[in-house]
Design a protein around this ligand. Structure first.
Ligand code: ADP
Length: 257
């Protein structure tokens, strides 16, 4: 823990300086603790795939390499974990980039509907069996956000809508509209939904509702954290509505340029 200075009761310059110093220390300590927590969380997430790979390799090393079936299975499983590690590291980098402020410089404003169209087109190519609908009414509105980042956020939301859908209920919808000087974007699905108890936490990094199930689906619990940081960075707002067993709606809003 970092030191604080004693502050005298006199309301003089020195006391004000003392208060300011202590507030600064509070901020620094808080951001230091957040960093520390982040490193701990990230290490924990990296450890699981590494432990699995290590388990396979040491088994192969002890006896499995002579059994072609065991060898094949272990190699496949290890490869899958390496892929997972790759994805995790890429997402951690995205998160770290989304947190840094330096990309605020000179951005081309994004046209909301055009960006959604682009994301939607790719989405449909990748998920031809999903029943997908869109209603875009942002009327050419632009926002102060790089189009690449807006598209990244939309892709995260569309991916989740499919990942957490129920069999035979792959309905995904995207809408945009203008209201009171803001652009609203909504991505909704008729999927498994999020339990009310988990809803306040799903925007936190590494938070997953069902850790066992989402591990199978390859989720790291970073998508929404990245989306939130990107949206907030450009003065936007993100909110989730969900009913377990019925579906989820993620709403974004941004001031119009
Ligand atoms: P992940 O990579 O695990 O999908 P996210 O940060 O994108 O990470 O989401 C965090 C968690 O929130 C997910 O693990 C999932 O449990 C839940 N979630 C996110 N989007 C949806 C959705 N559209 N429907 C149901 N659950 C969702």
């Amino acid at each position: 823990l970092m030191e604080r200075v004693p502050v005298s009761k006199n309301n003089d310059e020195l006391a004000k300086l003392g208060i300011l110093f202590n507030e600064l220390m509070n901020d620094m300590e808080q951001s230091f603790m957040q960093q520390k927590q982040f490193v701990e969380d990230a290490s924990h997430e990296l450890r699981t795939p590494l432990a699995i790979i290590q388990g396979h390799l040491s088994m192969l090393n002890r006896w499995g390499k002579n059994d072609s079936i065991v060898l094949e299975k272990s190699l496949q499983a290890s490869l899958k974990e390496v892929e997972r590690l790759n994805g995790l590291v890429a997402e951690l980098l995205e998160l770290s980039r989304a947190e840094s402020d330096q990309t605020k410089v000179a951005i081309e404003p994004a046209c909301v509907d055009e960006t959604i169209e682009r994301a939607a087109k790719n989405f449909q190519v990748l998920h031809p069996t999903v029943s997908f609908s869109k209603q875009l009414k942002a009327e050419g509105a632009t926002i102060h956000m790089s189009a690449r980042h807006l598209e990244q956020v939309i892709v995260i939301l569309l991916d989740n809508a499919v990942k957490y859908s129920r069999a035979g209920q792959q309905l995904v919808r995207i809408e945009s509209l203008l209201k009171e000087g803001n652009v609203h974007i909504r991505v909704s699905d008729k999927g498994i939904g999020i339990p009310a108890a988990d809803l306040p936490f799903v925007l936190n990094r590494f938070y997953r509702v069902d850790k066992a199930r989402t591990r199978k689906q390859g989720g790291n619990g970073l998508g929404l954290a990245i989306a939130k940081r990107l949206v907030n960075k450009y003065g936007g707002h993100i909110a989730l509505d969900s009913v377990e067993g019925e579906g989820t709606t993620v709403s974004l809003s941004f001031p119009i340029l």
